[in-house]
Design a protein around this ligand. Structure first.
Ligand code: ANZ
Ligand code: ZN
Length: 802
């Protein structure tokens, strides 16, 4: 029977539709394997999107065959700027374009033949979904975790909206790449900082890539140190600095304040006033990009001095924009001998450098760079001289506190989450502003607060969302006192829905609760989460925060959403260039599926390289896996007809294959699983040339192992072998160590190339043992002078005799 992927795939797709293979019988243990749900963009899917979905489907089917009921849902993260920008350009309502995109992408996703349970499907723009996104906000508001604040936020002048810190990458808008500026705006904020310690500490519980844990740890940025008071000379004021290195206090030879520091202007002496004011003004005109990318340090002397509280030395006070206004206290003590930035600054402005930590107690003459190791002994440090710096680093905060010079502190880089967007296509924030009652949440029974129709989606650029222009929507009554009141017109950020969607899948039709506690207990949390590493900080941190909050208010009983995380690498175009429509290098899966079939594309997606690494796409490689599939198909069907008994060699190959595939699958080395399939297939084909076929049990085991990867072909072969039940209800094969062992092979023993005897040896025998065995059987013929002894492993023994 010739291999025909179209007929086979059609047949099994219909069959699975009628007889679902992944059924919940209430007895099997659950396994929740989740994909990061896509944004339904108008460009459809390319082969890079496929990769993640294939990985997660292979894993899901593997878990299915291990006896689990697998929760494997899919949905749509559909609010956000692209749909809105499209609406602005084309004049199509975002709801309409989103619905079209969803239906197109859903068709493409169905081509993958993943075991998605579409009954669980969610869409973040569906009012029945965002009702709960709003409900969570109301709960946070009631607990004081959502609050209003006016302050200078990151503002993208091109998208005309505020951005969270997480959405600013190297000073640019993550979406459009425009330089981000600051704008003073009234904002809704979420108090994620209240969860900083738990978000940090609980990383230990997770089976996640270390790289991602480190990124989250750095983002939270917890550091221990001290605040130290530096009295200003001749004044009644003091400047508080934040330092993580109070052990270096004797080496603090100057101070730097950020230009935004409250005391900055006031510290300028008469002579320096003009220069100081100019510096402050210039800094305020610079974008963060300019400040961060500045090649050379800039600064200005205020003319004032502070007193180092330890040694009473006078230290000059400078201003510089390398000190950030919103971290620590916005003022630092500078230790040029031990900090790179301070060193650079000291060199540029000719400020003194005093070394206080020395390796082996020796002072460096003419420092050319800062000594930043926190190891060595203290020098030039009064009563601290001779102490180990590492020990002092730990004790110094306490000592400083005891002496009344400052206090021990903990600092975080994490900031509260800027949660409002001045845009249309998002969840309306369910708050009513009442002149008497203040901010009042929309009553829960009135949720969802529907997003109204507007005529113009165009962001106003004034800091108000387009919703502000709809009077009949904005004007409302206060739910508490009945007075005339106004609705909040900002919407939520794109991240709102994706912070909790994974909870909803398991109870997606529930109108009464976000998720019933019964279902939550039964099916959550997520066991395996698969998606791109670009979400390492943003989405994963927000989801963890939401999960902890929902656990705290009793909606769920666990406080980490994703037990295990796998980040797949990106598929790129030629030369590693990201696939994008604008670069014209997008490879669509549609033609490949048509020409080679779903199974071949699935397998090729995995074969292109280690799944965690980026890989360059090259269409031509798909021929190789397609050939493999056809070769196995022929081997399987020919062997079925030949019906040969198992030989020891077949049994050995079978067990080694099971072993290798399972072990590599467990370690997520999916590309090498495919190599194993190919390698063992070649071995079996070679063997079958001698034996006339391969035994049933070996072919059946091979077929089961292939099933998660090439489900249609596997089902067809399984049926061709006379089975009436799906291969996916088979147990995953197990290997036997014993059966994997090498057996004996028969090899000729030659003298000068002529065979004189045949011996049977273990094929992994050592050279010495093989020669010894050979020598034994032909000892009587080895009468002359043996000049060379040759052993070709597993093939021959040859003695060269003169
Ligand atoms: C003296 C010192 C000596 C420092 C030394 C470092 C090394 P993390 O770990 O990131 O918390 N710093 C404090 N506030 C700052 C601000 N607003 N802008 C720029 N830099 C600031 O870093 C804390 C260290 O960064 C602090 O410790 C301070 O410099 C600097 F050998 O104080 B250190
Ligand atoms: Zn009121």
């Amino acid at each position: 029977m010739p291999f025909n992927h179209k007929a086979i795939e059609k047949k099994w797709r219909e069959n699975w539709e009628k007889n679902p293979i992944n059924v919940n019988d209430g007895k099997k243990p659950k396994y929740y394997c989740l994909d990061m749900f896509p944004y339904p963009s108008g460009n459809g899917l390319h082969v890079g999107h496929w990769r993640g979905y294939v990985i997660s489907d292979v894993w899901s089917r593997y878990k299915l065959m291990q006896g689990h009921y697998v929760i494997h849902p899919m949905g749509w993260d559909a609010f956000g700027l692209p749909a809105e920008n499209y609406a602005i350009k084309m004049g199509v309502h975002p709801a309409k374009s989103t619905a079209e995109n969803v239906s197109n992408i859903k068709r493409q996703i169905n081509d993958i033949a993943a075991i998605y349970d579409w009954d669980m499907e969610v869409n973040t723009t569906d009012p029945q979904f965002y009702k709960w996104t709003q409900w969570i906000f109301v709960q946070m508001f009631k607990k004081g975790l959502a609050y209003e604040k006016e302050f200078p936020i990151n503002w993208c002048p091109s998208c005309k909206t505020g951005l969270a810190n997480e959405e600013v990458v190297n000073g640019r808008c993550e979406r459009c790449g425009a330089e981000v500026t600051k704008k003073n705006l009234r904002q809704w904020m979420l108090r994620i900082t209240k969860y900083a310690d738990r978000l940090l500490d609980d990383l230990d519980k997770l089976d996640w890539p270390e790289k991602v844990k480190k990124m989250q740890t750095d983002w939270i940025g917890k550091s221990y140190g001290a605040e130290v008071e530096f009295p200003v000379e001749g004044r009644d004021e003091s400047i508080t600095v934040y330092t993580t290195r109070p052990d270096t206090l004797y080496g603090a030879t100057f101070m730097v304040l950020s230009p935004e520091h409250a005391l900055a202007a006031g510290l300028a002496t008469e002579d320096n006033r003009e220069a100081v004011e100019k510096y402050i003004f210039d800094a305020s005109m610079k974008s963060n990009v300019d400040r961060m990318q500045a090649k050379e340090k800039t600064g200005v002397f205020t003319g004032s001095y502070a007193i180092n509280p330890l040694n009473q030395e006078k230290v000059p006070i400078w201003l510089s924009d390398y000190v950030l206004a919103d971290y620590g206290t916005g003022a630092i003590m500078c230790v040029p001998a031990h900090d790179d930035r301070d060193f650079e600054f000291a060199k540029k402005f000719n400020l003194p450098i005093i070394q206080v930590i020395a390796k082996d107690g020796k002072e460096i003459e003419n420092m050319t760079e800062a000594y930043t190791d926190a190891s060595g002994t203290m020098i030039n440090s009064g009563e601290w001289n001779g102490m180990e710096s590492a020990v002092l680093k730990k004790e110094a905060p306490m000592m400083i506190e005891k002496r009344g010079l400052g206090r021990k502190t903990v600092n975080y880089k994490l900031r509260d989450w800027v949660f409002s967007r001045q845009r249309y296509w998002g969840e309306p924030i369910p708050i009513i502003h009442c002149p008497h009652c203040g901010n009042v949440p929309v009553p829960e029974e009135e949720l969802p607060l529907m997003l109204p129709e507007v005529e113009s989606y165009q962001p106003t650029g004034t800091g108000e969302s387009p919703l502000a222009g709809i009077d009949e929507w904005v004007n409302c009554k206060c739910p508490v006192c009945g007075a005339d009141a106004k609705r909040e017109t900002n919407t939520m950020p794109q991240w709102a829905g994706s912070s909790w969607y994974f909870l909803r899948y398991v109870d997606s039709h529930n109108d009464a609760e976000l998720v019933s506690r019964e279902k939550a207990d039964q099916y959550l949390p997520v066991d395996m989460y698969i998606g791109g590493v670009e979400h390492a900080v943003l989405h994963l941190l927000y989801s963890r925060f939401y999960t902890k909050f929902l656990c705290d208010i009793g909606v769920i009983d666990f406080d980490e959403p994703f037990q295990k995380l796998f980040n797949q690498g990106m598929i790129t175009g030629k030369n590693g260039i990201k696939m994008s429509k604008s670069k014209g290098n997008v490879v669509s899966p549609d033609d490949l599926v048509r020409d080679y079939g779903c199974d071949s594309l699935r397998m090729y997606e995995l074969f292109v390289g280690p799944p965690e690494l980026d890989a360059e796409w090259d269409d031509r490689g798909i021929d190789g896996v397609n050939r493999f599939i056809k070769r196995f198909w022929n081997l399987a069907l020919d062997s079925r007809d030949a019906n040969v008994p198992a030989t020891p060699e077949m049994i050995k190959i079978r067990h080694r294959l099971i072993h290798d595939v399972t072990q590599r699958l467990e370690s997520f080395s999916l590309n090498t699983v495919i190599s194993a399939f190919m390698e063992y297939n070649n071995k079996l084909i070679d063997l079958s040339k001698k034996t006339g076929g391969i035994d049933r049990e070996t072919i059946e085991a091979f077929t089961k192992l292939l099933a998660p990867f090439v489900p249609h072909v596997a089902e067809e072969i399984w049926e061709q072998y006379g089975h009436t039940e799906t291969v996916f209800h088979e147990k995953w094969p197990e290997h036997s160590e014993e059966a994997m062992k090498d057996d004996e092979v028969e090899i000729p023993v030659q003298i000068n190339g002529k065979t004189r005897a045949v011996i049977s040896i273990a094929s992994d025998i050592s050279k010495e043992d093989a020669l010894a065995k050979g020598r034994d059987v032909i000892a009587d013929r080895l009468t002359g002078n043996v000049v060379k002894e040759i052993y070709v492993p597993g093939k021959i023994v040859n003695f060269v005799m003169k």
